[in-house]
Design a protein around this ligand. Structure first.
Ligand code: AMP
Ligand code: TRP
Length: 342
């Protein structure tokens, strides 16, 4: 089936990250490295999704700085503002406007099935914000306000992307405009799509894990990175010879996966290199590799953080460029829906 369903507009990449804390190795391998590759082949928008962040309370004294920090991480990882558009979501009105229209297209039943909401709300589901419930609708609006066709994300975003496709399709059907919105495709493949916690190989590496030892932050110094890998949970065995021997050993599988993602090798090639060795050998090798890859990023990150004016310029000009793309699209959307004045 033609997944684009008659869509014939240009290819465009959109992705975003929430300004809710320091980025970690999972964000880097799952998303950021893909941003850097895609900017060379596609028109790209990389947003800092501050409107998503405020679905849970954010300290007004911190929010702007948190937004700068994510922008600085994009830049430090190699996103180039001469190629890609970097901007804060709250500066472009199309996000909130289209989110409202999509609130009226998406069905309550669709949102009730979202596993990320269930995880985040837990037993508190009556007391969390309406915004947290509608979060994936805003995400669909982010993407479709630019008619973006491709969305690089980690595996945890798969369900949200399916919802974006459902919303796009229902909009096109309801208003009789086949191919008006593209059905955005997630770009999830690749070795870093699901990096797990260093303390528990069954949980994803996450900003919100209370244990800082569970994750490698992009801002961690050399000693901290080495210490966290040294302390990473493994088992009493050795690095095995074959991939199927990783079954039932989630922590070992994760460390091998991280090594592969950082080095560009395949999992099997990593095993070939370390098979039969104990973790006393493998973990320091992994720490050295991580330091080699991350140190230049954290150095640049600190330079950008020391120069907030430079980051602010990137954000302001990015917001202008983004609005130039979304403004005519939103005019079309209002017309399709038949609002007065269109
Ligand atoms: P967030 O930190 O939730 O705003 O996520 C930003 C991006 O990083 C999204 O594309 C996520 O899918 C991705 N991501 C977050 N955690 C991980 C992880 N543990 N492994 C791979 N990708 C991740
Ligand atoms: N929900 C995403 C996350 O937590 C962030 C996000 C918001 C996003 N809007 C987006 C990702 C649009 C891709 C496209 O990681």
């Amino acid at each position: 089936m033609d997944t684009q369903q008659d869509y014939s507009g240009p290819q465009r990449v959109f992705s975003g990250m929430q300004p809710t804390g320091a980025l970690h190795l999972g964000n880097y391998l799952g998303a950021l490295t893909k941003f850097v590759d895609l900017q060379n082949t596609h028109e790209c928008l990389f947003c800092i999704v501050d409107l998503h962040a405020v679905t849970v309370f954010q300290d007004p004294k911190q929010l702007a700085n948190q937004t700068r920090e994510i922008a600085a991480a994009y830049l430090a990882a190699g996103v180039d503002p001469a190629k890609a558009i970097i901007y804060p979501q709250s500066q472009v009105a199309a996000h909130t406007e289209l989110a409202w229209f999509f609130n009226c297209v998406a069905r309550v039943g669709w949102l009730s099935r979202m596993t990320q909401f269930k995880d985040k709300a837990g037993k508190n589901s009556e007391r969390v914000s309406v915004g947290l419930y509608a979060y994936p609708v805003l995400q669909a609006a982010d993407i479709l306000a630019f008619k973006a066709t491709h969305v690089p994300v980690g595996e945890d975003q798969k369900q949200h992307l399916e919802l974006s496709r459902d919303i796009a399709q229902k909009f096109n059907n309801d208003f009789g405009v086949p191919g008006f919105f593209p059905l955005p495709e997630p770009l999830i493949q690749g070795p870093g799509a699901r990096i797990m916690s260093l303390r528990d190989g069954t949980k994803k590496m996450s900003k919100s894990d209370p244990s800082d030892n569970s994750r490698i932050n992009l801002t961690d110094d050399v000693e901290t990175i080495a210490k966290k890998f040294r302390k990473a949970r493994t088992d009493a065995g050795m690095v095995p010879e074959m991939i199927d021997e990783l079954a039932g050993r989630p922590e070992v599988k994760n460390l091998v996966g991280i090594y592969a993602a950082l080095s560009g090798l395949k999992d099997q090639q990593v095993l070939d290199q370390f098979a039969g060795q104990g973790f006393g050998v493998f973990k320091p090798a992994l720490a050295d590799l991580a330091v080699e890859k991350l140190r230049p990023i954290s150095t640049r990150l600190n330079e950008y953080l020391a120069n907030p004016d430079e980051v602010d310029k990137v954000l302001a000009s990015g917001a202008e460029r983004a609005a130039k793309i979304s403004t005519p699209i939103m005019a079309e959307v209002r017309k399709v829906m038949g609002f007065w004045g269109t």
